[in-house]
Design a protein around this ligand. Structure first.
Ligand SMILES: [Cu+2]
Length: 331
């Protein structure tokens, strides 16, 4: 209905409709309340204006009245709360099997990398009708990934990953903004999201060939940095076997159990001492400052990819005992 309304941003994701519905409800409710209050002011001012012999009746407490003005607003607020919470949880929970895109924000650009290996700057190509999960971090200050047409906005913070997801419903080109003031050129930190038909998208993906997948890239970094000297795909390594780690609970030395999500893997690489895996010694070197955000994304993607046995041959990943030990080196 609002698609042709000039001030209304296009609606191009599965959540856009429900966000709009709630938004319209809130605006309508606020408008109704303001108008009612103004009408009442005028009515009472006229009705009870100063006149000889007319005096308003003073009411001292009225249980039915107080119940009414407590219960009705409470009911309305509960509706807003439940409605908002349902949308919020849906927006916050990326569906399983979503395609993943790693985002690194910096002053003043968006660097995006697809699982398949494609890299883009200030431009994100996605297929229509597929769930896309964004795993985002910043190289410097706080930014915010904002795509009005998807009704999606998520802060992007240095030092950790935040995630967001969407499923585009309509091909087209949509604005991408940074919605967190991040310095002089903040207003220039803009880009676009290009939503394509699946066939077109496949063609686009194929176009950039040659580049290996993000996970394959991560695998070579894993070897270059010497991770593979300690992390082997058997029980003989000095570090834990990382196959099947992602998404699973990890028992820590101090008795806690944490789920191995993206932020856990990130922290395990940058500052391994923060959480020591039960049964292992804190011998892993600190990689803070030695890996770039892009390398980190690739390592995370690689470790995640170890959950599925590689396509084709045996379930053993390609790098195994016998990889030559190497010292971590500065990139
Ligand atoms: Cu920014």
């Amino acid at each position: 209905m609002f698609d042709t309304f000039p001030l209304w941003p296009a609606r191009a994701s599965t959540t856009a409709g429900s966000v709009d519905a709630l938004y319209i409800f809130l605006v309508a409710l606020a408008a109704f309340m303001s108008v009612s209050i103004f009408i009442m002011i005028v009515v009472f001012a006229t009705r009870f204006r100063r006149r000889k012999g007319v005096q308003a009746e003073q009411i001292e407490g009225s249980t039915p009245l107080e119940l009414t003005w407590t219960v009705i607003p409470l009911g309305i607020f509960m509706v807003i709360f439940v409605w908002g919470a349902v949308i919020y949880f849906r927006e916050r929970t990326p569906p399983r099997g979503a395609t993943e895109v790693y985002v690194v924000a910096k002053q003043w650009m968006w660097k995006l990398q697809h699982e398949e290996g494609q890299r883009e700057i200030n431009e994100l190509h996605v297929p229509v009708g597929r769930d896309v999960k964004m795993i985002m971090t910043s190289q410097d200050v706080i930014h915010s990934f904002y795509v009005p047409a998807f009704r999606m906005k998520q802060d992007v913070l240095p030092g950790r990953y935040t995630t967001a997801w969407f499923r585009a419903t309509r091909p087209g080109t949509y604005h991408l903004f940074c919605a967190e003031y991040c310095g002089t050129m903040h207003s220039g930190m803009i880009g676009q999201v290009v939503v394509m038909e699946p066939a077109q998208y496949e063609a686009w993906l194929g176009g950039g060939a040659a580049m290996g997948s993000l996970a394959a890239n991560g695998e070579s970094i894993f070897q270059q940095l010497g991770c593979s000297t300690c992390h082997r795909f058997d029980t003989q390594g000095r570090g834990p076997n990382l196959a099947g780690l992602f998404g699973k609970p990890v028992q820590l030395e101090d008795g806690r159990t944490v789920v191995a999500d993206e932020n856990y893997i990130r922290e395990s690489i940058l500052s391994p001492a923060a959480k020591i895996v039960s049964g292992f010694k804190p011998i892993m070197p600190v990689f803070q400052g030695l890996v770039s955000e892009e390398q980190l994304s690739a390592l995370v993607a690689y470790i995640k990819s170890l959950n599925q046995p590689p396509a084709g041959a045996a379930a053993t990943p390609s790098l195994l005992p016998g990889t030559k030990p190497q010292q971590p080196k500065v990139q």
